[in-house]
Write a protein that binds this ligand. Sequence first.
Ligand SMILES: [Zn+2]
Length: 192
Amino acid sequence: MSSTDLPANVHVLRPRKVSLSEKLDLFLDEHGLELKEAAKRPDPSRPKSINGNALVCAACGEAEYLTREYCRCGHYLRGQLEDEYCAWENQVHIEHSELADAIALKIKPLRYLFAVGLPFLVGPMLYLNFWADSFTFYPLLWIAPGILIGGIAALTERFLMRPLEASAHFLNTYSIETFIDQRFFQPRVIDQ
Ligand SMILES: [Zn+2]
């Protein structure tokens, strides 16, 4: 049937009132013509992604450059960054004291171990000093287990203390630059 070969009653045909496909209408209702979607399109003048050079504005949720003092929505970004830095700093101190407590618990039994080894060191010395008639090497053999126990206790303590020393070093050397570097890898959300 050609386009010119229309049915005789074409003039009585009326525009379709029902949709061609209800599914298409539903799809358009759900996904199309949504103004919010259009508004979410990235602003080319904003940072493209959250990296070390950007932060998310707590007021409008948009990414903004770190060097800007105010967000384009008017939010004071410098203040937000300082708030985040204070919260991070608190967290660093809390984590350090938690680590110190955990390590102190582990080290406590070592002190007892050292106390167990001490008589082996002191005993032979006292014996040689006060009770031995003549110097003999025999009491010195008792010193060996004392040295062994003391050495193990001291080495283990030094090994256990290492993470705490690293943490203390970090505590003495961090700055806001450290925070800005770490922020990208460990983002912390601040409650408003
Ligand atoms: Zn903003």
